[in-house]
Design a protein around this ligand. Structure first.
Ligand SMILES: [Ca+2]
Ligand SMILES: [Ca+2]
Ligand SMILES: [Ca+2]
Ligand SMILES: [Ca+2]
Length: 477
């Protein structure tokens, strides 16, 4: 069993080092297990460095053709996707400095035309979206440049109906400000608590140059959406803290917030940290976190930069999966994807971290989803399975099925990685910013990504999980 220490303890340890003038190690040295699986010498291009990950030869598979989600001559970038209660997807993305949306059925057919969610005078970036299931309402959040001068960014939000509106606006309620301090507030991620009709937005808050992680709750109402309580600190150490993601643990009454934290002892690199945050507003300035930042993987293991975390929740087994990008050699020459499981509550790890993708080429920018979507029920339509998608530097997008809960035998992966884009490999970084969501209806996934040709477009692909039960009659609502 791994012992986890709060970030605060490590900082205290650092302080003690300075105070006592000698080294104080908060944790005993831990052997680095990857040394035992490292093949001698540099493997050739694209060859797996790590084997015996439990792959059984079966794969998840793309269903149907690649979907043209947004292919106008304008730049369409940085998509995010969520599913709502009518089993319709909403893909949100930046289009020419504005925020747009496109609905799709759970089978991947476009529903209606693209519509503007924000087309104001400020440059808008980096949208994310989540569904508040009880109201069947999407909440979209994004970053704006406060004065279009690149020095002060804020976070805005707007509601979108959960189902396609055949007439009238697709938008619900008013646009509202999530956070607009004199600071750089950017890179928001959102998840929603359908039991409490609220959502949690997590974002980077940078007022002093070292990047903190803050949260702001949103109340989803019948007629409009608004802020719920005040902005609160999730992590504001003097270290750089960036790239937050969040998932709702519906059966555990919390959210899991993950981010990357700059750790300069014993060596300079980012490490993934997480906090469970209560999924309801605690009120009266009470602590909103169930615990402060905790190492996903203890110092002493995976001691090169861990970045770009993504988190998803499995309601069947009440476990979170956190995937991140890992700088294998510490010199940026070979990124891999590693994942680890986090219990629904507490700070005790589940099993060991494991490689999701580990060839000698770059694998980067993971996204994660659970097969049954955010509201799946035990025994529901989805497979007991996560998908982790990632990009490679030979211009492909891959998906890897991960078992829904920790397996004590046979590895953590299901099947082989599956090429989801299949454009033939142009080379370089033409693919970017993938995201993924699961569906309650058929257990499939919707993967979306940005692709650059003469301009940037948004593509999508439905993916069937391996071993999913496919109902003959689709669920009606
Ligand atoms: Ca600001
Ligand atoms: Ca900080
Ligand atoms: Ca790699
Ligand atoms: Ca375009």
């Amino acid at each position: 069993m791994r012992i986890r220490y709060w970030v605060g303890l490590v900082l205290l340890g650092t302080f003690l080092v300075l105070l006592m003038g000698g080294p104080v190690y908060a944790e005993p040295p831990v052997p680095i297990p990857e040394a035992s699986v490292r093949l001698p010498g540099a493997p050739p291009f694209g060859v797996p460095k790590v084997t015996d990950q439990g792959a059984d030869g079966a794969t998840m598979s793309p269903v149907g053709r690649r979907i043209n989600v947004a292919i106008t001559s304008e730049d369409e970038k940085d998509p995010a996707v969520a599913l709502c209660a009518y089993d319709q997807y909403l893909v949100v993305y930046e289009r020419g400095g504005n925020i747009y949306g496109q609905r799709l059925t759970s089978d991947g057919a476009l529903l209606g035309a693209p519509f503007a969610i924000y087309d104001g005078s400020l440059k808008a970036y980096s949208p994310d979206v989540a569904c508040e299931w009880a109201h069947n309402r999407f909440i979209v959040v994004w970053t704006v440049d406060y004065n279009n001068q690149g020095v002060d960014y804020d976070i805005y939000a707007r509601g979108v109906y959960g189902g396609h509106q055949t007439s009238g606006s697709q938008l619900h309620g008013s646009m509202f400000v999530v956070s607009e301090d004199v600071a750089v507030e950017q890179n928001p991620a959102i998840a929603c608590n359908s039991n409490d009709y609220t959502c949690l937005v997590v974002f980077e808050y940078d007022g002093t140059g070292n990047g903190d992680i803050y949260g702001q709750r949103i109340s989803v109402g019948t007629w409009d959406n608004s802020l719920d309580g005040d902005r609160f600190n999730i992590s504001d150490f003097t270290a750089e803290e960036y790239e937050p993601d969040v998932a709702w643990g519906g059966f555990d009454n919390n959210y899991l917030v993950v981010w990357q934290y700059w750790h300069d002892t014993p060596s300079d690199h980012y490490r993934i940290v997480y906090s469970h945050v209560f999924d309801t507003e605690q009120g009266n300035g009470a602590e909103e976190r169930q615990h402060v930042g905790t190492w996903l993987i203890n110092v002493g293991t995976r001691d090169h930069s861990q970045t770009n975390p993504a988190v998803a929740y499995n309601r069947d087994t009440r476990q979170y999966l956190v995937a991140f990008q890992y700088d294998y050699y510490g010199d940026g020459s070979d990124y891999d994807i590693i994942a680890d499981r986090v219990a629904g509550t507490g700070t005790t790890g589940i099993g060991s971290n494991f490689f999701v993708a580990s060839t000698s080429s770059h694998e980067s920018e993971p996204a994660a989803a659970f097969s049954g979507g955010p509201e799946s029920l035990p025994g529901g339509m989805g497979a007991d399975q996560f998908i982790v998608t990632y990009l490679t530097d030979w211009d492909t997008l891959y998906g890897q099925a991960v078992k829904g809960s920790y397996s004590t035998s046979g590895g953590q992966l299901e099947g082989d990685p599956t090429n989801l884009d299949r454009t033939g490999g142009v080379g370089g970084w033409y693919i970017n910013a993938a995201d993924v969501a699961g569906s309650i209806n058929n257990g499939r996934y919707m993967v979306v990504w940005q692709y650059h040709t003469s301009d940037n477009d948004i593509f999508g692909q439905i993916v069937a999980p391996y071993g999913v039960y496919l109902p003959l009659v689709l669920r009606n609502h």
